[in-house]
Design a protein around this ligand. Structure first.
Ligand code: GTP
Ligand code: MG
Length: 370
């Protein structure tokens, strides 16, 4: 549905329809409770209402409206799968991606520990796959959760010489909560003490039963070191993706997620984003959380300059006014004004959250001091 009636909008905003009707009337538009508004019109009303009345902020309305932003079936086109690589620290996630990409990111990491979400595009027989590399260290739960929530398929990496460990279990839970397909990559099979069956056995406890044991989960034995099994893993990913029939509408305003963002001394705010719907172009107006701006430049994971980024493509963008939070939704907008409105609304909502957080914290402190 591309439209919403004034009655529905009023219900969502928890206000009388007459307020909206009056507002439209003042702007020269005659309407009734049954008058249908486009989502854009509805959003504008919600935003304006939000900015005028500082108290009850109906920002949820905007979010709700955005959620219903479904594309018509005939606009959908096949898109590459987004695959999140997860697992316990040091089980070989980054090494596996290095082996797939024929790079050596692992060697460049401080202390050999991944501390950020890396996003890469790989082509296998003309089929693209987007990989998100997540950290396995226990401190990075939020990043794993973000990874699981941005993805279609989770590749769970378990070292065959170590077996199921705490962050393996955590990763399983994130993947299950996000309702994504799980493929298990049993890594380090080149090691003399590797025990694939032991991993399979341990995984049954979490409901992941190997297909050769009568279950439905694909277990692929691999070695990031020798390269064994990597072809199989890629094939399994592509087969799984084919079954999922992943699609998105590339011909609309872009929308996606901020994977990571930072302030670069020379270039200003830099954001790594994953386009999920639509196409993002250089020159597009965007918002992400409380920041907004115009895409000044886009670079892919290999450092190539891009003019546009399509669904499932991860890109680094320049041009935002501030550094948005990781995990934030980014949206393309028709105008600079609209992008700024979104950012402003978000900021107001956020301010309220911050005040509430502080209040909650204060009352806890009070409690403890008694
Ligand atoms: P975090 O991102 O910090 O959680 O670690 P990770 O899962 O990305 O592990 P990483 O790829 O950094 O590898 C950890 C160590 O295991 C490195 O010393 C790798 O060389 C080694 N390693 C990874 N895969 C294999 C493998 O298949 N065989 C052997 N023998 N060693 C491996
Ligand atoms: Mg790593």
């Amino acid at each position: 549905p591309e439209k919403v009636s004034i009655k529905e909008l009023a219900e969502k905003m928890k206000m009388q329809p007459s307020v909206i009707i009056k507002k439209l009337f003042m702007a020269g538009q005659v309407s009734t409770v049954n008058t249908e508004l486009t989502y854009e019109e509805a959003e504008n009303i919600a935003i304006e209402y939000d900015i005028i009345c500082e108290k009850e902020v109906p920002v949820d309305v905007i979010e709700e409206l955005l959620k219903e932003d479904e594309d018509a079936a005939e606009t959908l086109k096949k898109r590459p799968p987004v695959v999140c690589v997860m697992g316990h620290v040091d089980h070989g996630k980054t090494s596996l991606l290095d082996a797939i990409r024929k790079t050596s990111v692992t060697d460049r990491e401080a202390g050999g520990i991944t501390q950020r979400i890396g996003a890469y595009t790989v082509s296998v027989n003309d089929q693209k796959i987007t990989f998100l590399d997540t950290p396995g260290h226990e401190a990075f739960t939020a990043m794993r959760m973000r990874g699981a929530n941005s993805t279609d398929i989770a590749v769970l990496v378990v070292a065959a010489d170590d077996g199921v460990m705490p962050q393996t279990v955590e990763a399983i839970n994130h993947a299950k909560a996000a309702e994504v397909e799980i493929i298990v990559a049993v890594n380090k099979i080149d090691k003399p003490n590797a025990n694939i069956d032991k991993v399979k056995q341990e995984m049954t406890e979490y409901g992941l039963i190997s297909t050769d044991w009568g279950g439905t989960t694909e277990f692929v034995p691999v070695s990031a070191k020798s390269g064994e099994g990597i072809e199989d893993l890629l094939e399994t990913i592509i087969l799984t993706a084919d079954i999922l029939e992943l699609k998105a509408n590339p011909d609309r305003m872009a929308r996606g997620l901020v994977l990571e963002a930072r302030l670069d001394k020379g270039r200003g705010p830099v954001a790594n984003v994953l386009v999920q719907k639509g196409t993002l172009h250089v020159g597009d107006f965007i918002s992400a959380g409380a920041s907004s701006g115009k895409v000044r430049a886009m670079v892919d994971d290999k450092g190539n300059k891009l003019k546009e980024a399509r669904p499932s493509q991860p890109v680094e963008i320049l041009g935002l006014s501030d550094v948005p939070n990781a995990g934030e939704v980014f949206l393309g907008h028709e105008t600079d004004k609209e992008a700024k409105q979104y950012a402003n609304t978000y900021l107001q909502q956020h301010k309220k959250d911050l005040i509430e957080e502080t209040k909650a914290k204060m009352s806890l402190d009070d409690l403890y001091s008694k």
